[in-house]
Design a protein around this ligand. Structure first.
Ligand code: FES
Length: 99
């Protein structure tokens, strides 16, 4: 699910020349070097990063500091990665956490 983003960078860093390309559900995403996965996805307009096991309801990053675990994603096949605690790296394949 990708929506228009209401998340913007406060410091004008969107013009950074240090871009990192990674993939969300197979779609190319351009982030700034030093972005966390969760921040990069929010800026890109991705709002739901996981679904709950019981009802499959959509969840999204909330605290952005490693406390709530709502930002969990799959990174290169590794489950339950906290997107707000992991920096983007070139070429990583990030998927919605579904379990
Ligand atoms: S957003 Fe809360 S732990 Fe990542």
């Amino acid at each position: 699910m990708k929506n228009d983003s209401s998340f913007v960078r406060l410091d004008g860093a969107s013009n950074s020349s240090s871009k990192v390309v990674f993939y969300w559900e197979g779609e190319e995403i351009r982030a700034n070097k030093g972005d966390t996965i969760a921040a990069a996805l929010l800026v890109a307009g991705i709002r739901s990063t996981r679904t709950t096991p019981a009802t499959q309801s959509a969840r999204a990053p909330f605290c952005m500091m490693g406390s709530c675990f709502e930002c969990r994603v799959e990174v290169d096949g590794e489950q339950n990665v906290q997107g707000c605690m992991r920096l983007v790296e070139p070429g990583i394949q990030v998927k919605r956490q579904r379990y």
